[in-house]
Design a protein around this ligand. Structure first.
Ligand code: ADP
Ligand code: 2DT
Ligand code: MG
Length: 206
């Protein structure tokens, strides 16, 4: 059986990541794939509860301390994620290390310092960056109550994302309709899954 594919959706707030992750998981399941959703921060763990308290302004934390907690929240998920990929389950992931670096750097921390704690995490096979101008994001119901939902910070976050953007990232124009984005994202994901299956068939040895 081919290894599962790690499909990451990244982007600023309100770009449609959570909407598209749910639609992608459903569509891949309907096509007979084994697929699971992961999201970061994963707020259900002990570390995740501390992150949630910080994001909802009920707890204050040093910028570096919260950065490390976000990273630790990924590390604590790593073994289970690797196991699922090895078992052939595809993972659709809502935010990851790029969000970690983008938000903390936008707050003023050093980019290289921010990248260090995530080094060695399992690498996505496909990164889809949902790009939406901040003014458009604000029109989507306005920003809510959480700590980072502020226009000035969101603009800086988008700038860092665009600096981090690697050539293999697929940029999805998030101004498009939900359905148009879904078709594009599903096509990219299915292509990546086919490539993985083909590589397995072509391989001479396990
Ligand atoms: P994110 O997870 O990136 O913050 P969500 O998926 O939660 O974004 O979507 C944020 C809001 O924008 C929701 O109200 C959602 O219904 C709406 N939305 C999502 N995608 C689109 C789209 N392509 N066009 C217009 N509104 C959208
Ligand atoms: P959502 O749960 O709505 O996606 O928002 N964040 C996220 C960081 O600052 N660092 C990280 O490593 C990650 C994964 C982005 C969560 C908020 O937390 C921010 C918005
Ligand atoms: Mg979301």
């Amino acid at each position: 059986m081919a290894r599962g594919r790690f499909i990451l959706l990244e982007g600023c707030d309100r770009a449609g990541k959570s909407t598209q992750c749910a639609m992608l998981v459903k569509a891949l399941q309907e096509r007979g794939h084994s697929v699971e959703l992961c999201k970061f921060p994963e707020r259900t763990t002990t570390i995740g509860q501390m992150i949630h308290a910080y994001l909802t302004n009920s707890k204050e934390l040093d910028d570096k301390a919260i950065h490390l907690l976000f990273s630790a929240n990924r590390w604590e998920a790593m073994q289970a994620m690797k196991r699922k990929l090895e078992q052939g389950t595809h993972l659709v992931v809502d935010r990851y290390a790029y969000s970690g670096v983008a938000f903390s750097t936008a707050k003023g921390l050093d980019l290289k310092w921010c990248m260090n704690p995530d080094k060695g995490l399992v690498r996505p096979d496909l990164t889809l960056f949902l790009d939406l101008p901040t003014a458009e994001a604000e029109r989507r119901g306005g920003f809510g109550e959480e700590r980072y939902e502020k226009r000035e910070l969101q603009e800086k976050v988008r700038e860092v994302f665009l600096r981090l953007k690697a050539k293999e990232w697929v940029v999805v124009d998030a101004r498009k309709s939900i359905e148009a984005m879904h078709q594009e994202i599903l096509n990219e994901a299915e292509q990546k899954i086919r490539e993985g299956e083909q590589a397995k068939e072509d391989a001479l040895l396990e």
